[in-house]
Ligand binder design. Structure first.
Ligand SMILES: C[S@@+](CC[C@H](N)C(=O)[O-])C[C@H]1O[C@@H](n2cnc3c(N)ncnc32)[C@H](O)[C@@H]1O
Length: 314
């Protein structure tokens, strides 16, 4: 962060002071806005209350990952919970009366975040995003192969859910089309359905076109399901922890407005390029990742480095 972005402000959550960066820089074009800064300060200062239809929050998980200059590690679970409650409280305030929020967290911290969130929103679904991995995840326990996602709404009587937009195949196990003879007029069983709460999407891999250099990029397919289900064209989608700006990119493709906040400048540059806002940042040309598929000693060169998607608990 540049020197002019290092002044501190304080916000209070549950009686505990949280320090955040005051300054921010906003870059916008058409329906997309990228804000470089600490989400606590940005949410406090720039986003009007009750103005957002959908929030997707994928914060650092407190598991020691490195996000550019930021180390994802708090002194204790209590400190981490306190920080989460501060940004969650801002998010709750930004949601419209019929708004929806999705929150991701590690399996360890989701139980206590769930307790806090359900005091303010109704949790409609506890979703499991699971994936596979060719690598060994753990040697003396069952490796972590899923991440929890809470689907919450402000008002149980009025919220957006476009079930028809996210249909998946309804597998009956039969090869031929089955007829339901219990109906007055026998009809064919539905061949599509709304997905259940266990979602399989592959993690973003180096060779995938959407891959960016970030340790926990979420797949576009995951964001597409969330945005299609819980917002309408023209709605505003907010992501306080944008990383590679997957939320903003998918929102843009689906005709939604987006506000994407990110603290690390290296990732902000990805957002400016990915959302087509700018090709230049402070004189630097923003180019897509130059991928190499060269093999060294039988191993792909990118496997040797540490930039690829990795297990949650490595
Ligand atoms: C789990 S990643 C989000 C990944 C994102 N969903 C994607 O698809 O790429 C969390 C991101 O939050 C950023 N971050 C950490 N603390 C932040 C803060 N206080 N305000 C804004 N961004 C922050 C990190 O730099 C990191 O890129």
């Amino acid at each position: 962060m540049s020197e002019d972005m290092t002044k501190a402000t304080e916000s209070v959550a549950n009686g505990t002071k949280i320090t955040a960066q005051v300054d921010y820089r906003e870059f916008a074009k058409d329906t997309a806005s990228v804000i470089w800064g600490d989400c606590l300060a940005v949410l406090k200062q720039t986003v009007p209350d009750a103005s957002v239809d959908l929030i997707f929050a994928d914060p650092p998980y407190n598991i020691g990952k490195r996000f550019a200059d930021f180390r994802d590690s708090w002194p204790s679970d209590e400190d981490y919970a306190c920080w989460c409650e501060a940004w969650l409280a801002f998010c709750f305030a930004k949601l419209r009366a019929n708004g929806t929020m999705y929150v991701m967290a590690s399996t360890q911290s989701m139980p206590y975040l769930d307790l806090y969130i359900r005091k303010h929103l109704t949790v409609l679904s506890r979703i499991v995003w699971h994936y596979d991995s060719s690598g060994v995840q753990a040697k003396s326990k069952f490796g972590s192969m899923y991440e929890p996602i809470l689907h919450c709404v402000r008002n149980l009587d009025s919220y957006t859910f476009n079930g028809e937009a996210i249909q998946v195949e309804a597998r009956t196990g039969a090869q031929r089309q089955l007829i339901d003879y219990r109906k007055a007029v026998p009809t064919q069983y539905n061949v599509t359905k709304i997905p259940g709460n266990a979602w399989y999407f592959p993690r973003v891999r180096y060779r995938m076109a959407e891959y960016e250099n970030h340790p926990s990029q979420k797949p576009e397919a995951l964001m597409e399901r969330i945005i299609l289900a819980s917002s309408n064209p023209g709605d505003t989608v907010l992501d306080p922890f944008s990383g590679t700006f997957t939320t903003g990119a998918v929102a843009q493709r689906l005709g939604r407005h987006s506000i994407s906040i990110e603290r690390e400048v290296e990732y902000v540059k990805i957002g400016l390029r990915r959302l087509g806002i700018s090709r230049i940042f402070d004189g630097e040309e923003l180019k897509p990742l130059d991928k190499t598929y060269e093999r060294r000693n039988g191993k792909a060169k990118h496997d040797i480095g540490k930039s690829d998607q990795r297990s949650l608990f490595e």
